[in-house]
Design a binder for this molecule. Structure first.
Ligand code: AMP
Ligand code: MG
Length: 542
């Protein structure tokens, strides 16, 4: 049933997190260590000139909001933090985290302020959270603000990921504050003033691994148990609440986390900062910072300049980092469970769960009915080596692969291409090469050999070309938020033109569809973007 749309004033709040969990007794908005509490009450800082840049109608619908409500002045005021609605009770959460493998102590919502929890007409709970709405007790040495460029990236990517079927926090709105914010984007001593912006994110829960870690680190075990019980009851309704259920809960978190990672690997997403404070307890992609999309398939690639030396958070490392982070969560909740064996068992099983999920995902990407280990493991391994050997666009290659029609004849060299001097390569392959003229005969031979094996394997499934293509095209997106595309929208927006943001938001609504007239958004990264900041490497400064 489509709910009747409502207005801002009619949104119903039911603020469970603040009503069920202990609050920091200190009321002043000063930076401090917050002990024996899960959050601090704090109000957003007033801004000069709230102005709406963009909103997501799909996210608005989750709050039963009609589109006109999103275009009102009230909306811009509320979602820059200038006005609170009746029922809102703003707060910042206390959490800690491991950053780049080292325990960093208390972090917390340094620039995020939760406004309240909306219960929509379908009885779903959505927490509204402003990012960039001013300092909180957790802001440490920073200003609590966000700039337009990083807010555009968070806004667009959250919604793009949702439409790609990747679990994610959502973005309701992107607003300008009318304030200027100073940022040293390259950390080279040249700070610049940039337009200040706020994104309103929404999610059923913003709780992170780090919320549990901080309590464990402080040995606040009673509170730790309280937060665990609260989280299970509120966010994991299917897990029964009992002493033995912690184990099942942790298993569930392991599976949700691994599911998210498998989706990232499927669409070529690199988060860039997989610190434990950026890991959602619900397995949602959260905190879009220096993330990036694989263009040429380079498993070791990381978009984050801060990670350039170590590549800790590279594309290929994401599964093992997720596991490491789950291990830290296990350590954190151990005092409540009392014995480590079930947690260790769950972690071991998470590895198996990931590998099975990854196999299934690769089989789907390749258009197989299911993953047959004996044949499909070597096929997959060889393909990934081939893609890595020369610069080949990950998205375009897989998307194009569904065009390979093996239904009516054997795969002849003519159909799939052969060495230079022989026949031409299938267009879908040449489209994916970044430097087609640099492809060696040996590489073409290898690719052709692989295609032959692949075609033979496909034929075994006895699925019609049409059906197979249709299935593959629902797994392999045509449109992803390529780094340079987001950067073009940013460049235009900084000049006052927001139309590229709206256009990209719309393109990313149907990433699996052929969108006539919009093929340019599905092209590989142009050469000018290869080394341009924002297109290939991103700093954490945001
Ligand atoms: P991140 O690396 O963005 O996940 O942030 C790590 C921690 O720093 C979190 O506690 C953030 O809330 C905080 N933080 C990041 N940027 C700012 C900022 N501009 N002002 C205050 N806190 C921030
Ligand atoms: Mg963060």
């Amino acid at each position: 049933m489509t709910p009747t749309r409502t207005t801002l004033e009619k949104m119903k709040f039911d603020n469970q997190f603040v009503s069920k969990l202990p609050c920091d007794p200190e009321a002043a908005n000063t930076r401090r260590q917050v002990r024996r509490a899960c959050y601090s009450r704090v109000t957003p800082t007033l801004v000069k000139a709230p102005r709406l840049v963009a909103f997501s109608r799909e996210a608005a619908h989750l709050l039963d909001l009609e589109e006109n409500a999103c275009k009102s002045d009230l909306f811009a005021r509320v979602f820059t933090g200038n006005q609170l609605l009746k029922g809102m009770d703003p707060f910042a959460m206390c959490y800690g985290g491991h950053q780049f493998g080292s325990w960093a102590g208390q972090l917390g919502d340094g620039r995020a302020i939760n406004l309240g929890e909306v219960v929509n007409q379908n009885n779903e709970r959505w927490i509204l959270q402003l990012k960039g709405a001013g300092p909180t007790p957790y802001s440490r040495t920073a200003d609590g603000l966000a700039v337009l460029r990083s807010s555009i990236r968070e806004f667009l990517c959250s919604e793009a990921m949702f439409h790609l079927n990747v679990p994610t926090t959502r973005a309701l709105s992107l607003t300008l504050t009318g304030e200027q914010v100073e940022r040293d984007m390259f950390y080279d001593g040249n700070p610049k003033l940039e337009p200040g912006a706020v994104v309103c994110r929404i999610a059923p829960s913003f709780t992170r691994f780090g919320n549990f870690q901080i309590l464990a680190a402080r040995q606040e075990n009673t509170l730790l148990k309280l937060l665990m019980d609260y989280t299970i009851k509120t966010d994991f309704p299917l897990v029964p609440l009992s002493q033995t259920s912690y184990e099942g809960w942790f298993r569930n978190i392991c599976e949700k986390t691994m599911d998210m990672i498998i989706h990232w690997m499927r669409v070529g997403f690199v988060h860039g900062v997989m610190n434990t404070d950026n890991m959602s307890i619900l397995g949602l992609t959260i905190d879009y910072g220096p993330y990036g999309w694989l263009e040429d398939y380079t498993p070791d690639w990381t978009p984050n300049t801060t990670d350039a030396a170590g590549h800790r958070y590279s594309f290929k490392n994401q599964p093992q980092i997720a596991l490491w982070n789950l291990g830290q969560l296990a350590n954190a909740i151990l005092p409540v469970l009392g014995h480590p064996e079930p947690l260790q068992q769950a972690l071991d099983d998470a590895i198996k769960y990931f590998h099975q999920g990854q196999d299934t995902m690769m089989a789907q990407k390749l258009g197989f009915k299911c993953f047959e280990p004996t044949t499909d493991r070597p096929i997959t391994a060889e393909l990934l080596k081939i893609l890595e050997a020369v610069e080949t666009d990950y998205t375009l290659f897989f998307r194009g692969l569904s065009d390979l029609d093996i239904s009516d004849e054997d795969i002849s060299q003519e159909r799939i291409g052969n060495v230079p001097g022989g026949n031409k390569l299938a267009p879908f392959i040449t489209k994916a090469f970044y430097a087609p003229d640099q492809i060696s005969p040996a590489h073409l031979n290898r690719l052709t050999a692989w295609l032959r094996v692949y075609a033979k394997r496909l034929a075994q499934d006895r699925v019609s070309h049409q059906k197979k293509k249709q299935q593959m095209d629902q797994i392999n997106p045509k449109y992803v938020l390529r780094n340079y595309l987001a950067q073009t929208a940013i460049d235009q927006a900084e000049k006052g033109d927001f139309s590229k943001i709206w256009e990209l938001l719309d393109v990313m609504r149907t990433p699996y569809a052929e969108q006539r007239g919009r093929e340019r958004f599905a092209e590989k990264r142009p050469e000018w973007a290869r080394h341009k900041p924002g297109c290939s490497m991103l700093s954490c400064s945001s």
